[in-house]
Every structure is written in C-alpha cells, then in structure tokens.
Design a protein around this ligand. Structure first.
Ligand SMILES: [Fe+2]
Length: 270
C-alpha cells in the first residue's frame, strides 16, 4: 500500500530490537502480528506538500477539530463520514481531501491488520498538556488489541521499550501515582502538584537506570499493541502493550487514533 513519500519498494524492516520495528511502507505494519512486537513505526521518507499547509492551519488555529470520533461500520464508510463531517474551515479543498484520503488509507490498513470491519477514528487538534503521561491504550473486551496513531505535526510521541521497563509493578505504581496527581491537579491547581507532575515526567522511575525515552519520528505512523480494557490493572498484561506518552508542551497538533470496533472477520457468522 503506498503512502506519501515512500521509497519505491518495501525496505526490509530494520529491527533495532524485536519489540519495536521500523518500516517505510504501510504494509510493514503486518510486523505487529508477531506477538513479541509492541509497535511498528512507519516513517515516510518525505512528507508531501499538503502536510505543510495542514501544519500551518493547525498551528495557527485556523483548522480546528474539537475532540470527536467517527464509527465506521466498514472501512469504506470512513471516507464518506469524513467528507460529510470533517470541518472545512481553515484547509484548502485539495488539502482537506488529501487528509481524508490519508485517514481512509490508515483505516484500510488497520482493518487488514486487525481483520476487523468496524473502525473507530478519534481525531483532535490541541496543544499538548501535562494531562497524559506514560500509559497504554485500551480496546473493548475481546477486540483485537491493536491500533494506529498518526501525529501530523508538532511534538512527537515518546515511548519506552518494554526491555527498558524495570517491571510491570513499577510501571503500574508510576501510572497510578501520576493519575492521582492529574486528578488532584484537575480539582485544584496547586504549584506543588504541578511540581510533582513535572518531577515524575522528568525522571520516570519505572525505567531502568541509564535507559532512555525514545521518540517517534515526525509525521510517522505507529501501529501498536493495545491492551484489553479488562486487563488494564494486570501488571504482566500491561507489559504486552506499547508504553507511550504524549508530549507535554509545544504547538497545537493534529492527532489521529484508529482502533477496531469488532473482531476478526473469520469468526463472524456473516
Ligand atoms: Fe495513547
């Protein structure tokens, strides 16, 4: 499947470590079918021209998508939903269509990867905040635990290789402590709470000493392993998913998340 700016022909996946794979075509996300792989990062060689207009429109606040989601009962429906509902303001006609086509391609790719028909697309334009630290994404019970992320502009997503995580219990302890601080911060903005959050974010104590947080390359697509929501408190299960974090500051970004709405087609009766 072609993506913007890809090299001709698929390069073999370069695996710096088996749990994170790098590819340069959307077809490479099939690497996620290996249960040991937590994420496949697909990095276009060059980003097409329309990304420049999109970045400017998002960062300037001319193109705004309030947090919203679309449920497509089949992948082909996604393009029609977006043609109807994606805001027109702030984007040129061709750029809006290019964005819709790009999202539709991501939907097709996820449907193939997850062997699903229904798709959930979540899209928003927002400035990064300190709300969302290291976490794993969830899917509903018994749904394929995979999804796609594309951040079209701005600061990149951070991630930690599971080989660099001390253990699942340490991660859960960190996650719950941070969640408590975020709730505290939402209830009342106290400088001490902000300081505590900044301290946690500056030195996540679940990471093995000396190991680094890594970043997704700009404009890349990430196919990554999620966790069944019923297992989200299971420290061993959490380590089967991709541990990642949004950036904490920077310009307004356009972020797309796609996940399955149903299970493998072969198990359905129709
Ligand atoms: Fe996430």
């Amino acid at each position: 499947m072609p993506i913007d700016g890809e090299r001709s022909g698929a390069r073999a996946l370069a695996a710096g470590c088996a749990e994170i794979l790098y590819g340069d075509t959307l077809a490479d996300i099939a690497g996620l079918l290996d249960p040991g792989v937590r994420a496949v990062i697909v990095q276009p060689v060059t980003l097409p021209h329309w990304h420049d207009e999109l970045r400017t429109a998002v960062e300037s606040g001319r193109f705004v998508v309030e947090r919203r989601q679309w449920q497509a009962r089949r992948p082909e429906a996604l393009v029609h939903l977006l043609e109807q509902d994606l805001p027109h303001d702030g984007l040129g006609f061709e750029t809006r269509l290019a964005l819709i086509d790009d999202l539709a391609l991501l939907g097709d790719a996820l449907a193939r990867l997850a062997d699903c028909r229904g798709l959930l697309l979540r899209l928003f334009t927002e400035r990064p905040t300190r709300h969302c630290g290291f976490h794993v994404d969830t899917v509903g019970p018994d749904l394929p635990p995979v999804g796609l992320l594309r951040v079209y502009n701005g600061a990149a997503t951070n991630f930690v290789r599971n080989a660099d995580v001390a253990d699942g219990v340490s991660f859960m302890r960190y996650f719950k402590r941070r969640e408590a601080l975020v709730r505290q911060h939402a209830a009342s903005v106290e400088p001490a709470t902000v300081d505590a959050l900044c301290e946690l974010d500056a030195a996540p104590d679940f990471i093995v000493r000396g190991r680094a947080v890594e970043q997704v390359p700009a404009g890349a697509i990430v196919a990554f392993r999620h966790i069944d929501v019923t297992r989200v408190n299971n420290a061993d299960a959490v380590l089967q998913a991709w541990i990642h974090s949004s950036p904490m500051e920077g310009a307004r970004r356009l972020v797309a998340n796609l996940s399955p709405l149903d299970g493998p087609r072969r198990s359905r009766q129709h």
